[in-house]
Ligand binder design. Structure first.
Ligand code: C2E
Ligand code: MG
Ligand code: MG
Ligand code: MG
Length: 284
């Protein structure tokens, strides 16, 4: 009887494993076709300078509308796309779409694009970025590439050389999710970053939690000492914003200032002089 039950459990386990594997294969298959099927789109989240509250640019975030599953979160599909290689096609599409979009703005705001380790370590990455900049005509200084610390771990030497090549193209580099990875401090010295993005987990309740406040203050000190800009991620409350402003944090993004949205939402900021002209010609 015990034996029979054991076998049953085993069969059940095997069946659910098979279901998981099948599910995974389907996801991978769908990811490989998602760009060609027009299921991917980009949303843009505003980034503001704190001293002036001026809009300085946007982070570009990917959205996948699956025909059956509906909206799938990048936190769920990016790791799968990285494992099955679909991220190479998807990532190239993100970069070229975002650069083409930004190149069309009257206002030369910057765009920050997330790039995964798989892309950084791919053989022709630098060449493809250079091609995209040429094709779209976007000034390299307007492009910032965001990389997480975990992306550097797999092949630190190669990552370092790729990051130096990106810098040589005139692109800026931001370390994303700072504080959540490994050996943050030595990474800041070994790689040519321009900016630190403090992870949302440290920003949350920074105005009411003295430990969070101490951590954020020390990252800001680190940024000043190393000559790096610091941007706070995931600012949701006025209290958090006031704290960051008081501590002379350079920039911030978060739901308080704006949620990620289709670029049309920000049209007035992209072509300010045209909006001005429209207003004055109406007045005339
Ligand atoms: P990330 O690069 O750290 O992006 C910030 C995430 O925080 C975004 O989630 C954004 O919507 C969310 N966020 C921004 N402000 C707030 C806030 O005030 N409160 C809260 N609760 N959340 C906020 P999203 O869009 O779901 O993206 C998740 C992650 O997926 C990104 O984290 C990034 O690592 C990855 N990702 C997104 N787009 C791309 C892409 O095009 N390529 C690659 N390789 N990864 C991407
Ligand atoms: Mg990011
Ligand atoms: Mg982040
Ligand atoms: Mg993240």
């Amino acid at each position: 009887r015990v034996k029979a039950e054991g076998r049953g459990t085993h069969r059940f386990f095997e069946a659910s494993m098979n279901a998981l594997v099948r599910e995974r294969r389907l996801m991978e298959h769908d990811l490989h076709q998602a760009v060609a099927h027009g299921e991917m789109r980009l949303v843009y989240q505003p980034q503001h300078q704190l001293a002036t509250r001026a809009l300085i640019g946007f982070e570009v975030l990917l959205r996948w509308q699956h025909p059956v599953r509906g909206a799938v979160s990048p936190a769920d599909f990016i790791p799968i796309a990285e494992e099955c290689g679909a991220i190479l096609t998807i990532g190239a599409w993100v970069l070229s779409q975002a650069c083409r979009e930004a190149a069309g703005w009257t206002n030369p705001l910057s765009i920050a694009v997330n790039v995964s380790a798989v892309q950084i370590l791919a053989p022709h990455f630098i060449q493809s970025v250079d091609d995209i900049l040429r094709e779209t005509g976007l000034a390299p200084e307007r492009l910032e590439i965001e990389i997480t610390e975990t992306a550097l771990i797999r092949d630190p030497e190669r990552a370092a050389s790729t990051l130096r090549d990106l810098k040589a193209l005139g692109i800026r580099l931001a370390m994303d999710d700072f504080g959540t990875g490994y050996s943050s401090l030595s990474n800041l010295r070994s790689y040519p970053f321009d900016k630190i993005k403090i992870d949302r987990s440290f920003i949350q309740a920074v105005d009411s939690n003295s430990q969070a406040a101490a951590i954020v203050r020390s990252v800001l000190g680190l940024g000043r000492g190393l000559g790096l800009q610091v941007l706070a991620e995931g600012v949701e409350t006025e209290g958090e914003l006031r704290f960051l402003h008081g501590e002379r944090c350079h920039a911030a993004q978060g739901f308080l200032m704006g949620r990620p949205a289709p670029i049309e939402t920000f049209a007035a900021h992209l072509h300010p002089s045209e909006a001005q002209t429209a207003v004055s010609s109406k007045a005339a």
